[in-house]
Design a protein around this ligand. Structure first.
Ligand SMILES: C[S@@+](CC[C@H](N)C(=O)[O-])C[C@H]1O[C@@H](n2cnc3c(N)ncnc32)[C@H](O)[C@@H]1O
Length: 222
């Protein structure tokens, strides 16, 4: 039976030009996104699995679901609400959800910087490789802090600026070019952004030798 989970709303107008540009960039690459990320995916798949093993439910929000690469790890006993800014990415996620027979979940277009969701309704919020592309990451992180329960978990898998003498400044130089190609800023300081958003960091796990890939576990402070 087909999963009957998703009604795709027409794209909502975004509230600023930087967000419109982000959506346009991901819309342009949505059809080739999975192939573009093919090599990287081999590396990140075990990280995704690890993140989802730390999820507790029953109500889970996945922010920036993209083409749905995490869906195979979505716990069977959780109801997942998944949002993304980009219609083309969400459409691929919808097909993947259908093929995985996820029933009872919700996927819809939304901007994490302005969530039209009540406060404190999720047990866990997850985002993987998202806050490199949200135009105002601190505002987006504040919003997930608002919608998670006070004792709920925020789990982030992110690539960040490498904090080392030569490579860090090189990432700063290359960042404007890379963001045009694939929508992601390679020099985000996401750990610092999480703190700046007023969230409490419980743990930051380095996933590689140079400190580029991080698993961040945080909570909302209320
Ligand atoms: C690099 S992709 C990662 C997709 C997926 N999370 C993954 O792990 O493969 C970044 C995703 O974040 C989405 N995104 C960017 N800005 C967003 C925003 N303000 N609100 C919601 N989603 C956003 C993009 O549309 C894109 O699908």
């Amino acid at each position: 039976m087909k999963a009957k989970l998703i009604a795709l709303a027409p794209p909502q107008p975004v509230q600023d030009s930087a967000t419109a540009l982000t959506r346009a960039r991901y819309q342009r690459i949505s059809a080739i996104y999975d192939r573009m990320e093919g090599l990287m995916e081999k590396r990140s798949r075990p990280w995704r699995e690890k993140v989802w093993q730390s999820v507790f439910g029953p109500r889970v929000l996945e922010v920036g679901v993209g083409t749905g690469k995490n869906m195979e790890f979505w716990p069977k006993d959780c109801k997942v609400t998944a949002i993304d800014l980009t219609p083309g990415m969400l459409e691929i996620a919808r097909k993947r959800a259908d093929s995985l027979h996820r029933q009872g979940d919700d996927l819809f277009l939304a901007d994490v910087q302005h969530l039209e969701l009540p406060s404190a309704i999720f047990d866990t919020v997850v985002a993987t490789f998202v806050f490199c592309s949200v135009p105002d990451p601190i505002q987006g992180l504040r919003e997930i802090g608002r919608v998670v329960r006070p004792d709920g978990h925020i789990l982030l898998l992110e690539h960040v600026r490498i904090d080392r003498p030569v490579i860090g400044p090189l990432m700063d130089i290359l960042a404007p070019l890379v963001v045009r190609l694939n929508g992601a800023s390679i020099n985000r300081r996401t750990v610092e952004n999480v703190r700046a958003a007023g969230l409490q960091i419980d743990h930051v796990m380095d996933l590689d030798d140079v400190g580029m890939f991080k698993f961040i576990l945080a909570r909302s402070i209320r």
